[in-house]
Design a protein around this ligand. Sequence first.
Ligand code: ADP
Ligand code: MG
Length: 240
Amino acid sequence: MIRIKNLTKSFGELQVLKDISMEIGKSEVVVLIGASGSGKSTLLRCLNFLEIADSGEIQIEGEKIHPQKNNLNHVRQEVGMVFQHFNLFPHMSVLENVMEAPVHVRKVNKSAARQKAIELLIKVGLADKANVYPEQLSGGQKQRVAIARALAMEPKVMLFDEPTSALDPELVGEVLQVMKELAKEGMTMVVVTHEMGFAREVADRVVMLADGVIVEEGHPTDIFTSPKHERTQRFLKQIV
Ligand code: ADP
Ligand code: MG
């Protein structure tokens, strides 16, 4: 589904991604771990072309994406993203949030977009909140709306950047549950998270990033029970 080849990205003097190569198969769930500042968000943002890598290439379904030539809005439709801080439109109802991109970017007609949005709100368990505004929702509910909003564009891949890190502990489970169901349905997902229970249960592969380099990757059972790289060992000790 996605092939990343020799990706590099610097901010000024700081090289944040150093020659990253990886492949993500269709329906695969990859959990990306690593200390703060290791480049996890930058990698996700490059996959969604919110950041343009300095060198290397990204292929989506075999097609190399050229930031200069390809229509990046089109690419972003295929790669949905969910952020730590939800980023809902505060002046729009929940339903309007979910309908916004299909109507204004994809030019789907309003009644079809509304129908689809309602289905997605049912899927994330928020059909009864369709007409309320984001400020009336809990963090967990906001994040579930953000997931529904991303899904409304019918992406081929979903990227999650610490989707539960801003939530009170008792709200984490409801968001992870929605993500688990998505994985079960076969969605291709790249998830940055510190929720190791989720990674054990759902990930096909865990990838450990340290200082912009993939230092280790493998099946969650192997990574968590017998991490080989010293950086992975140290990181896992810190977070549990
Ligand atoms: P992570 O998500 O793993 O915590 P990030 O990808 O957010 O790491 O950041 C990696 C490094 O790049 C950090 O040192 C961060 O300060 C720096 N960085 C990220 N985005 C920018 C930016 N837009 N401008 C300058 N530095 C940035
Ligand atoms: Mg980050």
